[in-house]
Design a protein around this ligand. Sequence first.
Ligand code: BDR
Ligand code: CA
Length: 311
Amino acid sequence: STPIIFDTDPGVDDAQAIAIALRHPDIELLGMTTTFGNVDIETATHNALLLGEIAGQPVPVAQGSACPMVKPRHPAPKHIHGDNGLGNITLPEVKGQADARSAAQFIVDTVRQRPGEVSLVAVGPLGNLAAALQLDPEITRLVKQVVIMGGSIREGGNVTPVAEANIFNDAHAAQRVLTADWPLTLVGLDVTHRCILTPEHMARIEAGQGELGKILAGSYDFYRAFYREALGIDGCCPHDSVALAWLLRPDLFETTRGHLGVVTEGPAEGQTILAPEGRGFIADRWSQTPVVNVCMGVDGKAVSDWIADTL
Ligand code: BDR
Ligand code: CA
């Protein structure tokens, strides 16, 4: 099975993905690291601990970034994930505590314990991965792979016309992480907007997941109202679970390879730009950054079914 660290800002769709990471027999969840994003950092850590406990599978949770690396925080999207990140449903008390280490230290320690084995799956703003790179630059050759839910190449943005939320929320961190020299795949809106988790999918998940299912279904109802209004669809995009689908079922995706750039200032802040491999652009700053994988196509129905089948 695939050992992962899941870096997250739970978040309704994060919670769905955490459930998959906990339940899928082919994933070994070594721990979660938390970041601000959909909610503040304390709430993110609380929700990560809670979801593990409710699933009956508590895993280490290490708290990370409370704000972007360089700029002040953009406001949290409370109308999308609710004040508590889980659609404002009533939640039980958390029993456990976060790991004493920072998220970055937890990442470095865990990767060093199992060199060449650990995949980092990051589905929030990227400050923790950027901090881990700063703490120990050698992890670039010690991780197995890095999978990022974030960015958008052709699809346009979801918080500005060009920016996706996770990248927009800390563009400077994203710039470091997406141009570091490690085996990386970007799973952005180009594919996550093609996947729709329908009410039928969620009814199956609720029926199959006991106490955890109630939380996933309750928070889904809140999230669904946003999708109905914003995109006119009945259902929601399970963004963060799509990163796990790529990890276990890459056969469901079409990828392209190229160099990435992130806009950190101005009206296009948070935009991700892909320079396809081998195109020989005149400004060769592009060829100086490593080549990564970017998901550009997906069998969206198969991915959504995979999520519901897993749960
Ligand atoms: C991403 O932003 C967050 O709101 C979601 O949890 C997901 O990680 C989608 O743009
Ligand atoms: Ca997220």
